[in-house]
Ligand binder design. Structure first.
Ligand code: ZZB
Length: 260
């Protein structure tokens, strides 16, 4: 899988995480949450970023002023892709649970929400895929839409502020079958009521991918009017050129099991 790693700079840590961070990361250095995405063209629509509350993450030193928040597994893979300066080395300076960083305010590159978005919990994040960090685009990802609806409904249960899950969902891609809000349309059509409706959500995701890729047209941003198939590469390159992203390849299952 060829992912794009997005650099979401921390603007403000929650109290619970501050102590750990202060002891581990030098003052003035930047920490980035790094979600892995297959849909760079949707970054305009980011409204939050998810971690698995029970997943263990690390903060890894990339350079004197850059640190990445990721799963250990992703850090190891990145160390063999020249993302860290020294081949095979991925210095871990802190360890945190996803639950510890809920509420962190981060910058979302290209997002309409330019004041930042919050780190929120998603129970269905897989520790073994990507970086274990998932940026949320509820306009075009059915999983993300189902999750933000649930988070807003049960904000108290999740220990978050309701408004963190309620940032405006702006249309960014138009398709003939699902209009300009593909994910909300599919979730409603398929009567998906919960982020736990795994089978239906997998089906909705497949439909959203296909329709978005083959029929989608950008209706927002620098490449407005272009087909998604063209915009995908253009947005990815623009994010890389501006220093906000990098390529990250996920080794296949065989490689993982052999290196483990
Ligand atoms: C933003 C985005 C916007 C995504 C969208 C999808 C969509 P795949 O196809 O199964 O490889 N993702 C990444 N890592 C994880 C993880 N550890 N656990 C759960 N979900 C994860 O899935 C790749 C996509 O799944 C990634 O692309 C990421 O969400 C999420 F509009 O990033 B995506 C129709 C999908 N639309």
């Amino acid at each position: 899988q060829e992912y794009t790693g997005i650099k979401m700079k921390v603007l403000e840590w929650p109290e619970a995480a501050k102590k750990t961070i202060q002891g581990a990361v030098p003052e003035g250095a930047n920490v980035y949450f790094v979600p892995a995405t297959l849909r760079p063209e949707t970054m305009y629509g980011q409204t939050c970023c998810f971690v698995g509350p029970k997943i263990t993450y690390g903060i890894f030193k990339v350079s004197d002023n850059e640190y990445f928040f990721l799963s250990d597994r992703a850090a190891r893979n990145m160390a063999f892709q020249s993302i860290f300066p020294e081949w095979g080395v991925f210095p871990k300076v802190a360890e945190l649970q996803g639950a510890d960083v809920i509420g962190t305010l981060v910058n979302a590159p290209l997002s309409v929400h330019s004041n930042g978005v919050r780190i929120l919990p998603m129970e269905t994040v897989k520790a073994t895929k990507g970086t274990g960090v998932v940026t949320s685009v509820p306009s075009d990802s059915p999983d993300d839409y189902a999750t933000v609806v649930d988070l807003a409904k049960k904000a108290e249960y999740y220990g978050i502020k309701k408004e963190w899950a309620e940032l405006e969902i702006v249309p960014i891609i138009e398709t003939p079958s699902y209009g300009n809000l593909t994910a909300p349309t599919l979730v409603k059509q398929m009567k998906i009521n919960s982020p736990k409706d795994a089978k239906q959500l997998a089906e909705a995701k497949e439909l959203a991918y296909k329709e978005g890729f083959y029929q989608g047209k950008m209706i927002y941003g620098e490449f407005k009017g272009r087909p998604v198939q063209e915009a995908k590469e253009l947005v990815r390159q623009a994010l890389i050129d501006s220093g906000n992203a990098f390529n990250y390849a996920e080794p296949d299952g065989l490689v993982i099991s052999r290196s483990a």
